[in-house]
Design a protein around this ligand. Structure first.
Ligand SMILES: Nc1nc2c(ncn2[C@@H]2O[C@H](COP(=O)(O)OP(=O)(O)OP(=O)(O)O)[C@@H](O)[C@H]2O)c(=O)[nH]1
Length: 303
């Protein structure tokens, strides 16, 4: 009984991985129940009518429609069929309209009755992928304010700099430092200070909404904003508004010589990326402008 076709196909039908076996030409020879059930649930073109269907041709059709993972799958399957690789695996997204899903596809060969066959299995790896996404997100966020941290900011700036270089567009960078924050901490306590940092970060998000923008906690009571493809005039208008909005938060800082409410100083720099400058120079310039704003009396921006 244990060696019978019925017994073995029941075993294959009981596992959750979607399994399909093909021959050297790509023609489907066997599918398990999970593979059929997934196809039926997801309106796949091949269902119960799998006999005589060529798996590689179907992947090529999907690839021609722009599915880049189908194209990788074809390359991988052929590399095992042509013995360039012993096995192949590929992780790919397969999101449905209402849930995120990822699968891992594995291709392994076997030989029987003088012919070569290939098992292609698809395993749902969504749980692992979601956990990885969460870890990635946590690693790029500042723990207190939940906006980007310095590391994520550095990565973003590098990318955005290159993008503006290619597009020949200016990029603006502003470093914002809260004024007399030490007095605020001393007068109202560190926890109050923490809440203020959270409120300011929330506000900065409002000013950096495009995909080419970012706000980040640069360290302590210092924040940084980047706007790709923005002119200095546009950035200046945004910063005027931002300075006002920070004061409008009405966060008490009673002993500040600048204002009874929390204020900020900002250094703004703009550059048209080219081969003679880089993002570090942009940051340095903004830093110098911040210093100028502090010396000029705070609660202002300089560029
Ligand atoms: N509550 C809180 N305070 C912080 C945090 N990080 C840095 N600080 C405080 O921010 C203050 C920064 O002080 P300074 O560098 O002297 O600057 P400042 O008092 O803001 O003065 P200016 O920048 O010159 O206007 C220090 O008291 C730090 O302890 C934080 O995460 N939470």
């Amino acid at each position: 009984m244990e060696n019978s076709y019925e017994f073995l196909s029941l075993v294959l039908d009981s596992i959750t991985e979607h399994i399909v076996a093909i021959d050297e030409t790509g023609d489907i020879q066997f599918v398990n129940k999970s593979w059929l059930a997934f196809g039926n649930k997801n309106a796949c073109l091949i269902g119960e009518n799998w006999s005589g269907v060529n798996y590689i041709t179907e992947c090529e059709k999907a690839s021609a429609l722009g599915d880049e993972f189908a194209s990788h799958a074809v390359t991988g399957i052929l590399s095992v069929i042509h013995k360039r690789k012993n096995s192949f695996y590929l992780e790919y997204p397969c999101h449905s309209p209402d849930e995120k899903r990822w699968f891992m596809m594995r291709v392994s060969p076997f030989r029987t009755h003088g012919r070569n066959y290939f098992v292609i299995s698809h395993q749902n790896i969504t749980e692992r992928k979601l956990a990885e996404e969460e870890v990635e997100k946590l690693a790029s966020l500042d723990g207190l304010t939940q906006i980007a941290n310095r590391r994520a900011f550095d990565d973003f700036l590098k990318e955005e700099w290159l993008r503006c270089f290619r597009l020949k567009k200016t990029i603006c960078l502003a470093i914002l430092d809260l004024d007399h924050f030490k007095l605020l901490n001393d007068d109202y306590g560190h926890q109050y200070g923490d809440q203020c940092l959270i409120k300011v970060a929330e506000l900065l998000k409002e000013f950096t909404k495009r995909p080419s923008d970012i706000c980040a906690r640069y360290g302590g009571e210092e924040f940084v904003l980047v706007w790709g493809n923005l002119s200095i005039e546009q950035a200046s208008r945004l910063l005027q508004k931002l300075l006002k909005k920070i004061q409008d938060l009405k966060i008490s800082n009673k002993n500040s010589p600048v204002n009874q409410y929390l204020t900020a100083s900002i250094g703004l720099a703009v550059m048209l990326p080219n081969i003679e400058n880089d993002e570090f120079l942009l940051t340095n310039n903004a830093d110098k402008m911040l210093y100028k704003a502090k010396r000029a009396g705070r609660n202002r921006f300089e560029s």
